[in-house]
Design a protein around this ligand. Structure first.
Ligand code: NAD
Ligand code: GLY
Length: 386
């Protein structure tokens, strides 16, 4: 069982570097804010996973009404002995907003939790982003642990410290960089994940292959069936390789001054789809999948990418059951308005992540806007009233 320290500030046995039983372990190297990512089966229930990271007595677990009935009991059992509190949010991207965020602050304040509280984000990316943002803001910043339970969160959102909520006018527009103290990715939780959510996570996995890891892209093509069948080893391998890629990018550019923007391949198109169709209608990973194909197609129209590579990207994503064609319901002007609300816009110029090959992404404003407009017109032309 975990034994909490008697005082919030008391020294904590430092993490020895040993992974708990069955865990793969890697590190996000950010100097004094470095933290481990643990990946493996049965981690939630192992107090040894938690012990090095929970330093005070007070813990607030933030989860939602889908995940809590599945995994909260195991988490609370592993944390027995701590002063445990919980807040259960409604499930859904449409609740990733300031009103729902306030429920976390209500819970923190009603229980008079202090600066030494640690938040535990138990859920997918929505819970992780919101709990992380609450941790960034509460009393100007408290610690938190990411416990991602979707594939998307295990390979992407739990790592790197981007936290926040949506605004009706733009996705993830209100937020903060705030790194977790640890990421505990229990791969057993993926067994209960709906198929559509598994596929959404695979979109972000494919992203790493497309932006910087062509060997991983080849591996994904070769292991498609294993991943879809939720083969435990294949999933753990995909999660580890994804996290290695993400950790390397984040370590090099934590605040997205440069190369971290590459992690947004397909996201400018994808965020436009999510906001334009209404949050929650397209899953984030689905919108990113269609967005990555658009980025590939635009790259090909600019003469930067071979048609064969566009086909490979499209085929792999479609093979994972993901949508590869964008919705035809948005007009060109709506696309452009939605895409203009993007954190990569600089000096009013849209920057996009585009491809020069599989594994060779660039972030650039140096493309002919007429080519983008023509691509969007073709999409809108496929719908009713472009
Ligand atoms: P999500 O959090 O909405 O989870 C998807 C669904 O699966 C939800 O209904 C959830 O309750 C359910 N669920 C979660 N774990 C489950 C489990 N083990 N078994 C059964 N059901 C489970 O969505 P997501 O795809 O995890 O995350 C998407 C969010 O992450 C978006 O808001 C996106 O903006 C954000 N995101 C953030 C970053 C970042 O760097 N911070 C990166 C990528 C995405
Ligand atoms: N998901 C994009 C990033 O973390 O930067």
């Amino acid at each position: 069982m975990a034994t909490p320290d008697s005082s919030p500030d008391s020294a904590v046995p430092s993490d020895s570097g040993r992974a708990p039983t069955g865990a793969r372990r890697l590190e996000v190297d950010l100097g004094e804010r470095s933290y481990p990512i643990l990946i493996g089966p049965g981690l939630l229930a192992q107090p040894a996973c938690w012990q090095p990271h929970v330093r005070g007595r007070q813990v607030l677990v933030v989860s939602n009404d889908t995940v809590a009935p599945l995994y909260l009991e195991a988490v609370e059992a592993a944390l027995a002995g701590f002063d445990l509190h919980r807040v259960i949010l409604p499930d859904g991207e449409q609740y990733k907003d300031l009103d729902t965020l306030n429920r976390i602050f209500d819970a923190l304040l009603e229980a008079r939790l202090g600066r030494d509280v640690i938040l535990v984000a138990l859920g997918g990316g929505v819970v992780g982003d919101m709990a992380g943002f609450a941790a960034a803001c509460y009393q100007r910043g408290v610690a938190f642990i990411q416990v991602p339970t979707t594939l998307l969160a295990q390979v992407d959102s739990s790592v790197g410290g981007k936290t926040g909520v949506n605004h009706p006018l733009g996705k993830n527009m209100i937020g903060a960089f705030h790194q977790p103290r640890a990421v505990i990715a229990d791969t057993d939780t993926l067994r209960t994940l709906p198929e559509r959510e598994l596929a959404a996570g695979l979109a972000e996995v494919v992203k790493y292959g497309l932006i910087r890891d062509p060997a991983f892209f080849d591996w994904l093509e070769a292991h498609r069936e294993h991943l879809l069948a939720r083969d435990a080893d294949a999933l753990a391998e995909a999660i580890e390789r994804s996290c290695r890629n993400k950790a390397a990018v984040v370590a090099a550019d934590e605040r997205e001054a440069g190369q971290r923007a590459l992690l947004n391949l397909g996201h400018t198109f994808g965020h436009a789809i999510e906001a334009g169709m209404g949050y929650g209608v397209w899953l984030h990973g689905e919108a990113v999948a269609a967005g990555m194909v658009l980025a590939a197609e635009l790259s090909a129209r600019l003469g930067w990418l071979d048609a064969a590579d566009v086909s490979r990207a499209r085929a792999l994503l479609a093979g994972f059951g993901l949508p590869v064609d964008p919705p035809a319901a948005l007009s060109v002007e709506r696309w452009l308005a939605l895409m203009a609300v993007d954190k990569k816009v600089q000096g009013g110029r849209l920057r996009l992540v585009l491809l020069h090959g599989i594994g060779r992404a660039v972030v650039t404003a140096d493309f002919d806007p007429a080519v983008l407009r023509a691509l969007l017109a073709d999409i809108a032309g496929a719908g009713a009233g472009a």
